[in-house]
Write a protein that binds this ligand. Sequence first.
Ligand SMILES: Nc1ncnc2c1ncn2[C@@H]1O[C@H](COP(=O)(O)OP(=O)(O)O)[C@@H](O)[C@H]1O
Ligand SMILES: [Mg+2]
Length: 260
Amino acid sequence: MDELLKIIDIKKYFPIQKGVLKKTIGYIRAVDGVDLVVKKNQVVGIVGESGCGKSTLARTILRFYTPDEGKIIFKGKDITRARESNLAFYRKRVQIVFQDPYSSLNPKLTIKSTLMDGIIQANIPKKERLNRIFELLEMVGLDREAANRYPHEFSGGQRQRICIARAISVNPELIVCDEPVSALDVSVQAQVINLLMELKRKMGLSLIFISHDLNLVGYFCDYVYVMYRGKVVESGETEKLFKTPSHPYTRLLLESIPSL
Ligand SMILES: Nc1ncnc2c1ncn2[C@@H]1O[C@H](COP(=O)(O)OP(=O)(O)O)[C@@H](O)[C@H]1O
Ligand SMILES: [Mg+2]
């Protein structure tokens, strides 16, 4: 398999500031030296308890943050410190789906307007744009009538489908899913995950799937990274990691799964 994304020894610290002068008295080491590889067509899981740095790592991979140290290599190209004006290609290739489908959609925009941005970015000619919107809605299992409606008219699961439609609208190669089903009812979690897996297969996507739930990750990820306090404490092919976990923290996570 080809290497799509390579993260080398990434660090992202947040200063802890005090007083009116905002003197820096220390740092939160949210991501503290992480190495990670995503191959083409691979589903990579990142698992760990709340606060261990998963979302910070995701935001750094997306280059919403510039890392303090380390390198981000995408298809052989170093984009660690690329300026926004040079990141346009990367922004199209790598997309994110956030945890909360309620806050990640603009309530004032129709679904059509929400999806239009990506469609324009993907250089779809004007007269084909509406059809492309219908196509995207169909791909995520929604009716074409959804186009003229507003986010509040949809359930959480449907909103997450809209967020997924927005993510795929630019024809990305990698989607980072940051706890994409944690805010959803258990009954719709599997549907959204199945949709992601189906799109992965159809579009030849790679996925990074972030979760605090090792059971979920074990279910469909090819490779898993276990994070603890900003570091990767263990990584490996899913089956192997589940069978023979070597780090005590991984064992702890596995033991806390009720039905394996
Ligand atoms: N923008 C920020 N400013 C300061 N501290 C932050 C910021 N974002 C996250 N943190 C801190 O970094 C650590 C990791 O957070 P986060 O990446 O959100 O973890 P996770 O997604 O695994 O729950 C936490 O201690 C959190 O409080
Ligand atoms: Mg998080």
